[in-house]
Design a protein around this ligand. Structure first.
Ligand SMILES: Nc1ncnc2c1ncn2[C@@H]1O[C@H](COP(=O)(O)OP(=O)(O)O)[C@@H](O)[C@H]1O
Ligand SMILES: O=P(O)(O)OC[C@H]1O[C@](O)(COP(=O)(O)O)[C@@H](O)[C@@H]1O
Ligand SMILES: [Mg+2]
Length: 546
C-alpha cells in the first residue's frame, strides 16, 4: 500500500495539516504490537481526490483487540497508534517533572495494569473480561507543542459538562503543557458549520459553577467525512468527545475514519448521560446531581399530596429507555408510594392494575406520591395515540406519560368510583439536568477528564473512559455502544425499591414466565448489586436466587 497521493487539496484558510498529524509511515511487514492487525497506515498527507477517497473507504479497519491469558483472562483492549503507525516516536512523560506530582510515590500506571469487569467471584471462577487501566504512562506519543486539541459536547444536557470541559483544558495545560485547545461549538455539526473558540485555563476557570455547556450542544448533524475533514484541515490531533450513547457511536465512526486515513489523531470519548444508560461503566457523571435535584420535586409532590384529602402527587422524571433516575430518586426520597419505569411493564385497569393500587393506597393513607420515568408506559399510550416522531438524532420522541397518567387517574376516580381526588402533576424534567454538578460529580468529572488526557497523550485512541468497579479504565467503543444499560428488574436493587414503596410489581404471570425463560447475559450492573447474576450470568439464576 503506498501513498494516497498529493497533499490535501481543500483546506480552511490559514490552516494546514500539521506535519505530525499525518504520520510518516511505510508498508507494514511485521508488527511490534502483539495484537491482530489488518490495517496498513497511509503515507503523509491525504488527497480528497475521488480515487483517494475510494481507497480510504475500502480500507479495512482494525479488528477489536482481544488478548487472552491464563484462567480465562480476557483483555478487551483499546487501539494504540503503534497498531497502525509503525515507528511512531515516543517521549518521556513530562508529568515526572511536574512539581505538583513530585510527592507521588508512583507516577505511572504499569503497562500491564488492567481492571476487572467482574469483581464478585467464586473460588473457581474464570478471570473474565478486563479493560486497560486508565492513567499516566511513562511514555507519551506527543510533544506538548505538537498537540492541537479540541473538545465537543453533544446530545442532551447533563450536570457536569462544563466541569469536564474545564478539567480537560486544565489537565492538558497544567500537566502536559498543551496550549492549543479549541472548543467546537454546537455539537458534531460545529466541526464543519461553526466557528471554534480558543480555550485556556483562564477562560474556563469558573465554568464548573454553571449548568449546561459553554460550548453548546445539538442532536443530529453527524457527518463522519465532513467532521474528519475538518479535524484534518485544522490540524487537530486530540479529539475529546463528550456525549451519550448516540455520541459514542458517532465517535466510533470518527475514530474508524481517522484510522482508515492513517492519521495520528487520538479520539477519546467521555460518556455523558443523565439517564445513566451507558453499559460497562459504574455510572455516568451528573447522575447523582440529577437524583439529588429530583428530590426537590418529590418533596413538593409529597407536601401537596399530604395537604389535601386524597391528594396524589405525580412527578415525571427523565429516563427515555432506562429508569435509573426514577429508581434512585424514589429510593433516596422514601416519600414515594409507587415508581414506574420503562423496564417494568404495568397495566392500569383491573385486578393488580395501577388504578386499583392507587385506590387502595389512598384508602390506607389518604394521600400518595407516584414517580414515573418518561419512558414508562409508552406502549399503553401508543395504544391510544399514534406516535412515530423522532428527534434529529433518531431518538423516538416520547409521549407525555405524566399528562396521560394524570388524565387516566382523574377519569377513573371521577367516573364510576365517584371518589374525589386532588392530583398535582409536577414535571421537573429539564430542571434536574440544567443545574451545575454537585461536589461528588465534580470530582468524578475531574478524574474522567484526567484519565482521558493521560490516555490520549499515551497514544491510545478509539476509546471511552469510565469508572469500572471504582477504577478508571479505557473501554473500546463497541462495548459502550452495543446495547443500552437498563434497570434489571430481577436485580435486588429493584426488589429493594419494591419493598421500600410496597407497590405491587404489576408484572403479569405470563411476563414473569417469559423473563424466566430468557437466558440473558447480565454482564454489567449498576453498583454491582446483582451478585447472583454476576456469578451465574443468567436472569433465571438471578430470579431463583433472589
Ligand atoms: N448511530 C449513530 N451514529 C453516528 N452518530 C450518531 C448516532 N446516533 C447519534 N449520533 C450523533 O450523536 C449526537 C448525539 O446523539 P443523541 O442521541 O442526540 O445524544 P446522546 O449522545 O446523548 O445519546 C448527535 O449529533 C447524533 O447525530
Ligand atoms: O429535549 P431533549 O434535549 O431532546 O432531551 C430529552 C431527552 O434527553 C435525555 O435527558 C437524555 O438524552 P441523551 O442522554 O440521549 O442526551 C432523555 O432522558 C430525554 O428524553
Ligand atoms: Mg442517548
Amino acid at each position: 500500500m503506498g501513498s494516497l497521493g498529493s497533499p490535501r487539496s481543500t483546506s480552511i484558510p490559514n490552516s494546514k495539516p500539521s506535519a505530525t498529524q499525518n504520520a510518516q509511515v511505510s508498508e507494514l511487514e511485521t508488527s511490534p504490537s502483539p495484537f491482530p492487525r489488518n490495517l496498513l497506515a497511509d503515507k503523509t498527507h491525504m488527497s480528497r481526490s475521488e480515487s483517494a477517497k475510494k481507497k480510504i473507504k475500502n480500507k479495512e479497519i482494525l479488528k477489536p483487540k482481544i488478548v487472552t491469558g491464563d484462567v480465562g483472562y480476557v483483555l478487551e483492549d483499546v487501539p494504540h497508534f503503534s497498531d497502525y503507525i509503525p515507528g511512531v516516536p515516543s517521549h518521556p512523560n513530562p508529568l515526572q517533572d511536574n512539581p505538583a506530582y513530585s510527592v507521588v510515590k508512583q507516577y505511572f500506571v504499569d503497562v500491564d495494569d488492567t481492571v476487572s469487569q467482574k469483581i464478585v467471584v467464586k473460588q473457581n471462577s474464570k478471570k473474565g473480561t478486563h479493560f486497560r487501566r486508565a492513567g499516566p504512562r511513562q511514555k507519551v506519543y506527543f510533544e506538548s507543542d505538537e498537540v492541537q486539541a479540541c473538545i465537543v459536547t453533544c446530545g442532551g444536557l447533563c450536570p457536569g459538562l462544563n466541569t469536564v470541559v474545564r478539567e480537560l483544558v486544565c489537565a492538558l495545560f497544567d500537566i502536559y503543557g498543551v496550549t492549543k485547545i479549541l472548543g467546537i461549538k454546537g455539537g458534531y455539526k460545529g466541526f464543519y458549520s461553526c466557528n471554534t473558540i480558543e480555550l485556556t485555563p483562564k477562560k474556563v476557570n469558573d465554568i464548573h459553577k454553571r449548568g449546561g455547556t459553554i460550548l453548546g450542544t445539538s442532536r443530529g448533524g453527524h457527518d463522519t467525512v465532513k467532521i474528519v475533514d475538518a479535524i484534518q484541515d485544522r490540524g487537530i490531533n486530540h479529539v475529546y468527545i463528550i456525549g451519550g450513547d448516540g455520541t459514542q457511536k458517532g465517535a466510533a465512526m470518527i475514530y474508524e475514519e481517522i484510522q482508515r486515513r492513517g492519521l495520528k489523531v487520538a479520539v477519546v470519548g467521555i460518556p455523558k448521560t443523565i439517564d445513566n444508560d451507558i453499559e460497562v461503566i459504574d455510572k455516568s457523571f451528573g447522575f447523582d446531581t440529577a437524583v439529588e435535584e429530583a428530590q426537590k420535586a418529590i418533596y413538593a409532590a409529597h407536601v401537596e399530596a399530604e395537604s389535601h384529602e386524597n391528594g396524589i402527587g405525580l412527578v415525571k422524571l427523565m429516563g427515555r429507555n432506562s429508569g435509573f433516575i426514577a429508581m434512585y430518586a424514589t429510593l433516596a426520597s422514601r416519600d414515594v408510594d409507587c415508581c414506574l419505569i420503562p423496564e417494568s411493564p404495568f397495566h392500569l385497569e383491573g385486578e393488580g392494575g395501577l388504578l386499583e393500587f392507587i385506590e387502595k393506597r389512598l384508602k390506607e393513607n389518604g394521600h400518595m406520591v407516584i414517580v414515573v420515568a418518561e419512558g414508562a408506559g409508552q406502549d399503553l399510550i401508543a395504544d391510544s395515540l399514534r406516535n412515530t416522531n423522532h428527534d434529529a438524532s433518531g431518538n423516538k420522541l416520547l409521549l407525555d406519560v405524566g399528562l396521560w397518567l394524570s388524565q387516566k387517574i382523574k377519569e377513573y376516580f371521577s367516573g364510576k368510583k365517584k371518589m374525589r381526588v386532588n392530583l398535582k402533576y409536577i414535571d421537573p424534567t429539564y430542571m434536574i439536568r440544567a443545574v451545575p454538578s454537585n461536589a461528588s460529580d465534580n470530582i468524578y468529572c475531574t478524574l474522567l477528564a484526567h484519565s482521558a488526557v493521560h490516555g490520549a497523550m499515551a497514544g491510545y485512541t478509539g476509546f471511552t473512559v469510565g469508572s469500572v468497579n471504582g477504577r478508571h479504565a479505557y473501554i473500546p467503543y463497541h462495548r459502550i455502544t452495543e446495547k443500552q444499560k437498563k434497570v434489571v428488574i430481577t436485580d435486588r436493587m429493584w426488589a429493594r425499591l419494591l419493598s421500600s414503596t410496597n407497590q405491587p410489581s404489576f408484572l403479569s404471570h405470563e411476563f414473569i414466565k417469559n423473563v424466566k425463560g430468557e437466558e440473558t447475559d447480565l454482564g454489567s450492573h449498576f453498583y454491582l448489586e446483582n451478585e447472583y447474576a454476576l456469578c451465574n450470568g443468567s436472569i433465571t439464576d438471578a430470579i431463583e436466587k433472589m
